[in-house]
Design a protein around this ligand. Sequence first.
Ligand SMILES: [Ca+2]
Length: 212
Amino acid sequence: MRSRLRPLLQPFVTTLLIVSTTLGCEYEYRDDPVASTRPDQPPPPTQEEIKVQEQRKLAAASGDRPTLKTGKDVSGAMAIPANAKKLNLPQLAENGQLSVASNVPGLGDLHNAYDEVETTLTKSDGINPFRFTLDFTTARTVKAVRVLSTYSDYAWAIQSDSGQRFVVDMVIEGEWSTVAFPEGLKTKQLVVEVLRKMRDNYVHVNEIEVFE
Ligand SMILES: [Ca+2]
């Protein structure tokens, strides 16, 4: 019986051997699993970032041009008073006598807006108006503030810590605009808002200067 079955079983055993050898070879040439190189997940957004994202969505959905809150219209050309002296904002910031914040979270180049270099700028990442808050450690008697914004005509506003607010309605793209206070504006805080007036809402601010 066994001898009669052997010829029948032989091809089957041979086939099994070939299949197992082939599979074995295939496994040997397979690459080892590659370790995951995916970077760590970014941290969840902060409440402030969520609020900004919602503002962007609302602005995009409305299709309206943003505007500045009203204030005293000082749109006429103004000159820096002759006796005014420019504050060295980068130095004051480095000395801890000035801190600058904005309404756009996470900007790493905010200092470009007050580094005394016209060609360097920071942009608002879709937030319009772009608001800067300059907090001095001691009260200043401000005689003028001037601003330079590029890539679009713009409007801007300056506000003191007492709430006095001045608005320049229209400035040509790439031109400096000055608001002067010949009598001096006593304040520890200056809020500067720049509104982009054309096309998108990426506000480019090259420089903010303060004179005392
Ligand atoms: Ca600059």
